[in-house]
Write a protein of this length. Structure first.
Length: 133
């Protein structure tokens, strides 16, 4: 039964991480040979399964951490504003159907739904109606 329940739960989530990678060339003014070096930035535009820390670790492992800065932008934009990445509008993934949020503790009941709720009520605890009625 535990194996069946874990097959239905996604530990990582369904969102993908969206990152913008840019490279710039900085002239080294102190260097008389007019050489330049590449400098990059990785900006996380939408957080998902891969975190900013994961990206930093990957750059370190590849020996590229001295060439890239990793930053994050945490914001949502109004529906009428163009986005840099998908998933930044306030109503992104907002279905036009009745929606419910089920408390994690309610989902984890032994019988997966027929037991008591978060506060000991029978059947209805831990469920929140998210519809716009």
């Amino acid at each position: 039964e535990g194996e069946e329940k874990s097959a239905r739960i996604c530990d990582v989530g369904v969102e993908s991480t969206v990152a913008k990678v840019e490279m710039m060339t900085d002239s080294l003014a102190a260097d008389s040979s007019s050489s330049s070096r590449a400098r990059g930035s990785v900006v996380v535009l939408r957080h998902g399964a891969v975190s900013s820390s994961d990206l930093r670790r990957a750059l370190i492992d590849a020996g590229l951490d001295s060439y890239f800065d990793v930053t994050s932008i945490v914001r949502s934009t109004p529906d009428h504003v163009a986005n840099v990445a998908p998933g930044q509008t306030v109503r992104h993934y907002s279905p036009d159907v009745l929606s419910y949020m089920i408390a994690h503790s309610r989902y984890n009941n032994d019988d997966n739904g027929g037991g008591s709720g978060d506060k000991g009520e029978g059947g209805g605890g831990g469920v929140e109606d998210l519809s716009d009625e």
